[in-house]
Design a protein around this ligand. Sequence first.
Ligand code: 48F
Length: 270
Amino acid sequence: MAKMDDTIVSQAIIEKYFERLKNNLRIDVAIVGGGPAGMVAAYYLSKFGHKVAMFERKLSIGGGMWAGGMMFNFIVVQDDALPVLKEFGIEPEPYKEKGYYTACAVRTMATLTAKATEMGATIFNGITIEDVVWDSKRVSGVVANWSVVDAAGLFVDPLTIKSTYTIDATGHPCEIVSTLVKKNGVKLYTPTGDVAGECSMNAIQGELDVVANTREVYSGIYVTGMAANAAYGGQRMGPIFGGMLLSGKRVANLIHQSLSSAMFSTAGAE
Ligand code: 48F
């Protein structure tokens, strides 16, 4: 084996990371949150050919999916979501009750991640999005910092990434849209003009709500997954995940339509 030089290991990591960071300063879509909804959106948007970067606060992507229900690491999906799983090459097991399927939570999340990155999506983990870029009319990017800076309570100025569209896929807290409202007092496209807040558990209704609520919530920013139900006041649904997958697919389709329209080309174009 050739003699190893520790500084070449460091140099390789530094060069590759900064190349990736520089290459993602202007993107078509910034996805905040690496749970199931965000990951499915990353896959489909990349498949459409858009430049997509996902920012995840934790080192491990996956959000709530890893833990199934109450840390029993299986998920349940229903008939409607099977085409999405099939697209990813995941074959869930039919349960004895008709219309219900089970899948290993860990394997499902790992596969969604593998396929999204294979399709071209870039993932930045360990990064918290603390704010958006806003010109008093439209959201046009995200403001990023290391999650450890936040955890340590340090004051360190963040860096900015410009994106034609932003997706809030932060799950139950709907963090990015909430920050947008709190800081700027904007009126959202929700019935109240504010983040309505998620309602209590009702799996059937929650699954319908999460797909219906997946949309542009303010100019330039969309909500998907539980963030959509938090924004529009939909119900929660627990460890049934079909709605998350369908919501991720829907937000990708909606943004693809907008990016394909005459209004915007790609974020990379000046
Ligand atoms: O919570 P999460 O899995 O959201 P989701 O995709 O799925 C919800 C389900 O897991 C489950 C459910 C199913 O029925 O109800 O709860 O809607 O993933 C959200 C991710 O966003 C990250 C967070 O760490 C998690 O991995 N996140 C939250 N805020 C930020 C963030 C932020 N400001 N910056 C970066 N990442």
